[in-house]
Design a protein around this ligand. Structure first.
Ligand code: UDP
Ligand code: MG
Length: 335
C-alpha cells in the first residue's frame, strides 16, 4: 500500500510513545520492564528508524506498590512518564489519558500484563511505514477460560453486527496509531470514551496484524465479570443506537400480535363454557408475557438514558493526581 497523496514518505526517523495502563500490577512489572528493555533496545529501535521511545505509564488508581516500582525505574533512567489517577477510573479512561498525553509521531497501546507482546509494536511500525495509519492487533487465538473466550467472541461479533462503522473482529485496544489518528480521536468530545470504537469511527487507513494472545505474565485479571459486563454494554451503546431501534421494532411487532390474538379471544366469547382450548391459553400467556417485552425494552432504554445523563454532566473521564517524569525533564513533581 502506498502512502497518502502529497504526504512525505514515511522513511524519516520517528518518535514512539507507548501507552501502558495498569491497575495493581506489581507482580508483573519487573518482567514487563525487562521485556520492554529488550523489545525496544537501541539496536531494535535503530533498525526500525525509531529515534526515541517513551512509556506513558497510566496508574489507574493502584493501591499496591506498582507506582513506587515504576517511579524508582524512572529515577534509574527508564524513558517514561508515570501518570497517576486520583482513583480507579477504568481501563478505557486510562487508555484515553495516555492518548491525550502522547506527543510522539506514532503511539502504541499495550496492556501491562504482557498479554499484548511488546515485541509486536515494531512490526506495527513497519506496517505504518507502508502507509497505514492504524495497525490493530487481531487475536488469532486467545488463552484463558472457555467462558471468557466465548464471551469475548460473542461480544466482538455483537458489536460488529450492531455498529454503524466497521469494527474489526477480535481486536482490542492493542494497536499503533498515527499522530493524526490520535489527534482526530482526541477531538471527539464525548466523556464516556471507548477508544477502540473511536479508533474505528475516525477512519483513516487501517489494517490488522494477527497474533496469538498469551496468558497474562503474572498477577490476576483486573477485569471482573461485572467490569466485563459494563465494558460490553459501554461498547455496544457507544458503537450504535441500533438496540434502541430493535426495541421499537420488537414492541410494535408484539403489539400487533396481541391485538390480533385479543380479537380472536373476543370473537369466541363462549370459550369458558367449552373448557379452555389451547389457543386461548396461548393468547393469555402471550398477553401476560408482554411484561417481559416491556422489561426488556426498558433495559435497553435504560442503558442509553443512563449514559445520556452521564454525558450531559460533562464530567472529565479521569482526574490526574500526580505526574512523575525523568529528572532531566523536571524530576518528580506533583500537579
Ligand atoms: N486495567 C486498568 N484499570 C482497570 C482494570 C484493568 O488499567 O480498572 C489494566 C490492567 O492492569 C491491564 C489491562 O488494563 O494492564 C487489562 O486488564 P486485565 O488484564 O485485567 O484484562 P483482560 O486481560 O482480562 O482483558
Ligand atoms: Mg490481561
Amino acid at each position: 500500500m502506498s502512502t497518502a497523496i502529497g504526504a512525505a514518505p514515511r522513511t524519516a526517523p520517528v518518535t514512539l510513545d507507548l501507552v501502558i495502563p495498569f491497575f495493581n500490577e506489581e507482580e508483573v512489572l519487573a518482567t514487563l520492564l525487562t521485556r520492554l528493555r529488550s523489545a525496544f533496545s537501541a539496536e531494535r529501535l535503530r533498525a526500525q528508524g525509531v529515534s526515541a521511545v517513551r512509556y506513558l505509564l497510566i496508574d489507574d488508581g493502584s493501591s499496591d506498590g506498582s507506582a513506587a516500582v515504576l517511579a524508582a525505574a524512572i529515577q534509574d533512567g527508564l524513558p517514561a512518564t508515570l501518570v497517576r489517577f486520583s482513583r480507579n477510573f477504568g481501563h478505557q479512561n486510562a487508555v484515553s489519558a495516555g492518548l491525550a498525553l502522547s506527543k510522539a509521531d506514532v503511539v502504541a497501546i499495550i496492556d501491562a500484563d504482557l498479554q499484548d507482546p511488546p515485541e509486536l509494536v515494531l512490526d506495527m511500525v513497519a506496517l505504518w511505514r507502508d502507509g497505514y495509519d492504524v495497525v490493530y492487533a487481531r487475536r488469532r487465538r486467545r488463552a484463558g477460560s472457555l467462558l471468557k473466550r466465548v464471551g469475548y467472541a460473542l461480544f466482538y461479533r455483537l458489536i460488529a453486527l450492531l455498529a454503524d462503522v466497521r469494527i474489526p473482529l477480535d481486536s482490542g485496544d492493542f494497536s499503533l496509531l498515527d499522530r493524526r489518528v490520535v489527534r482526530a480521536m482526541g477531538a471527539l468530545p464525548e466523556t464516556l470514551r471507548f477508544p477502540r470504537i473511536l479508533r474505528a469511527w475516525v477512519g483513516f487507513r487501517q489494517t490488522g496484524i494477527d497474533y496469538d494472545r498469551p496468558e497474562r505474565g503474572q498477577g490476576t485479571a483486573k477485569y471482573t465479570f461485572i467490569k466485563l459486563y459494563r465494558l460490553a454494554t459501554d461498547g455496544v451503546t457507544s458503537a450504535s443506537v441500533r438496540p434502541l431501534q430493535l426495541a421499537q421494532v420488537f414492541s410494535v411487532t408484539y403489539l400487533a400480535v396481541i391485538v390480533v390474538l385479543g380479537a380472536l379471544v373476543l370473537a369466541f366469547p363462549r370459550w369458558p363454557e367449552l373448557g379452555v382450548p389451547p389457543w386461548a391459553l396461548a393468547c393469555y400467556l402471550l398477553i401476560l408475557s408482554g411484561n417481559f417485552v416491556q422489561v426488556f425494552c426498558m433495559y435497553i432504554l435504560g442503558a442509553y438514558v443512563g449514559r445520556t445523563y452521564l454525558e450531559t454532566k460533562g464530567r472529565p473521564p479521569y482526574v490526574i493526581m500526580e505526574v512523575v517524569e525523568p529528572l532531566a525533564t523536571g524530576g518528580e513533581r506533583a500537579r
